[in-house]
Design a binder for this molecule. Structure first.
Ligand SMILES: NC(=O)c1ccc[n+]([C@@H]2O[C@H](COP(=O)([O-])OP(=O)(O)OC[C@H]3O[C@@H](n4cnc5c(N)ncnc54)[C@H](OP(=O)(O)O)[C@@H]3O)[C@@H](O)[C@H]2O)c1
Length: 299
């Protein structure tokens, strides 16, 4: 990761470190019920061909984990990726199943969308650090968005373009990764580069929820580049998790939840906040059906 990217990650994560005020919401505990499946996996399990799943932002830090996981589950899914640049494509060793396109330009993403069964949206506006920041002098770095790549263009128009394109070809499910913090207009992330990023993300989430397409909206806590599958996941609503100490999650766990959401009917028409307990506390989550079943919020 570049210094700027690392600094950006650090800055983006920091608002999730506020002191605890309330206990966490639902903890995800193992279920006694069996791991019965439904969702997109049904057709493959019944002898049909596996569903084709496109992940956009496939060169991003979470998107590339999703793409890799889809490839590894070739018996369950036909993987596709969308990246913005040839560089991103080579970074993930993308073959013919990785398309290059810009989500702000509907025509450029149409070939990637054509024929898919499900879409996982992991594109996002990416703030850049202004040059000249010297950590040894204290203070805080400043950020900006490149012209035309501000959150209104990427996190709203770009996500909307994807939703419209997927809906037009009759996609069966859209999974959208957003961020916790969207209930607070004054959240520090909105001030980043004056981009109002959470406002625009929320607008896209609402658009998806109103689209009529089966959806799963995952509002992640502060993302960490750590191993997945070793923590107990916590789901919640309305940013309640942000008032606790457990408000981070590994990108690998977010990626797994994106894929599991395709496997269970219980994940459809749901929107939820997602974090995890620290490693070593609680029981690592394996029963994703129970996770989705306990979520009652549609938005
Ligand atoms: N950072 C956090 O702590 C945090 C917390 C909660 C939620 N989230 C959210 O979680 C999601 C995943 O985060 P992440 O850090 O894994 O993502 P990331 O590494 O920043 O990846 C974002 C991806 O979006 C792509 N993209 C941006 N503009 C595009 C465009 N116009 N056309 C096509 N692709 C475009 C980028 O492509 P390039 O590679 O070509 O630039 C990049 O691959 C994001 O929605 C993020 O906002 C982040």
């Amino acid at each position: 990761m570049t210094t700027a990217a690392a600094a950006t990650t650090m800055r983006l994560s920091s608002p999730f470190k506020a002191p605890p005020l309330r206990p966490p919401c639902h903890r995800v505990v193992p279920s006694r019920r069996g791991p019965g499946r439904a969702g997109l996996a049904v057709s493959a399990a019944a002898g049909g061909s596996p569903p084709t799943v496109l992940v956009t932002g496939a060169g991003g830090r979470t998107g590339q984990i999703v793409y890799k996981k889809l490839k590894e589950k070739a018996d369950q899914f036909v993987a596709r990726g969308l990246v913005r640049t040839p560089d991103s494509k080579s970074k993930i060793d993308g073959g013919d199943d990785v398309f290059i396109g810009d989500i702000r330009d509907p025509g450029s993403i149409a070939p990637a969308i054509d024929g898919i069964d499900a879409l996982i949206i992991l594109t996002s506006g990416v703030p850049k650090m202004k040059p000249g920041f010297d950590p040894s002098k204290g203070g805080r770095p400043e950020f900006y968005f490149e012209e035309g790549s501000d959150p209104e263009q990427v996190d709203w128009i770009g996500q909307k373009n994807q939703i419209d394109a997927a809906k037009s070809i009759g996609v069966k499910q859209i999974v959208l990764v957003g961020s916790m913090g969207g209930t607070d207009l004054n959240h520090p992330l909105n001030k980043l580069g004056n981009g109002n990023i959470l406002v625009w993300k929320r607008k896209a989430e609402q658009y998806l929820a109103d689209s009529g397409v089966p959806y799963t909206i995952i509002r992640a806590g502060g993302l960490q580049d750590k191993d997945g599958g070793v923590r107990e996941l916590i789901v919640g609503k309305d940013d309640e998790i942000l008032k606790t100490e457990t408000k981070t999650i590994a990108r690998a766990d977010v990626a797994e939840v994106c894929i599991q959401a395709l496997l269970f009917e219980e994940a459809k028409f749901k929107a939820f906040d997602l974090a995890s307990k620290p490693e070593g506390e609680g029981t690592p989550t394996t029963d994703f059906k129970s996770v989705f079943a306990q979520i009652a919020t549609r938005f």
